[in-house]
Design a protein around this ligand. Sequence first.
Ligand code: B1M
Length: 219
Amino acid sequence: MSTLDDLYDAILDGQRAEVTGLVQQALDEGIAPMTIIEQTLRPAMGEVGDLFSRGEFFLPQLVLSAAAMKNATDSLRPLLAGQALGRQETVVLGTVQGDVHDIGKNLVSAMLEGAGYRVVDLGVDAPVQKWVDAVRDHDPAVVGFSALLSTTMVNIPKTIQALAEAGLRQGKVLAVGGAPVTQRNADEWGVEVYAADAGTAVRVINEALAHRQTQGGAP
Ligand code: B1M
């Protein structure tokens, strides 16, 4: 068994303490932080989700695995944010109303900070008015929405509508992601950026901002 196999199992078993040591061991073996996240941690949480869906895992196990995952990502996040490139743009980012999932959103945040963006993190279960206030106060270049539940992803277009009604949508690059969200949703909602993972999010946001600059304003 490799270190990454052990790490995968430790996430499934919700072994928080063990996970921290295994992450360090993987790093010592020269495995890149993003490889650990995307090739091991995220698939492990995918299996946890599947087991939960099939009734083979119950909520306490989901919570334990989530806590182990959080331990792992907490120790990797500073490494993701390590190489700031000095971008000036602000990103307002959060998990939409009704939704408390934040592990993926926090990874997106760390990757954006690593790319040099200033992130204003609205946390989880962020009500529509909180987005409107934050966008008015910070005038971000990008507004990023994360949703993990099919029941809460509807709060993305609802929030976008509120931003438009407040006259705050124009000129912003909007970005969406999270397990149930698709490119098709993004197209339907008139959103510029959809990304299936944190690394892609940064790349596509960079591209959308570059495109906006060459177009001389609104995307
Ligand atoms: Co929840 N949960 N959960 N859960 N949970 C899911 C999402 C679920 C798919 C599990 C399942 O049943 N198979 C299911 C949703 C079903 C659906 O709606 N279709 C579900 C459910 C049902 C629930 C509850 C309702 C359970 C209950 O109470 N009965 C409840 C809801 C609470 C609420 O929000 N109101 C609940 C609770 C929880 C915990 C609190 C226990 C915990 C969250 C802990 C936390 O986040 N602090 C939890 C967890 C851990 C999961 C699973 C197992 C794993 C999520 C995760 O962290 N993945 C999840 C199953 C799954 O996703 N397969 C599940 C790892 C993470 C790195 O990936 O979050 O996808 P992800 O983020 C990625 C990309 O999506 C993307 O980049 C990230 C990094 O690469 N991305 C973006 C994310 N946001 C982005 C934004 C962007 C761009 C990319 O632009 C701005």
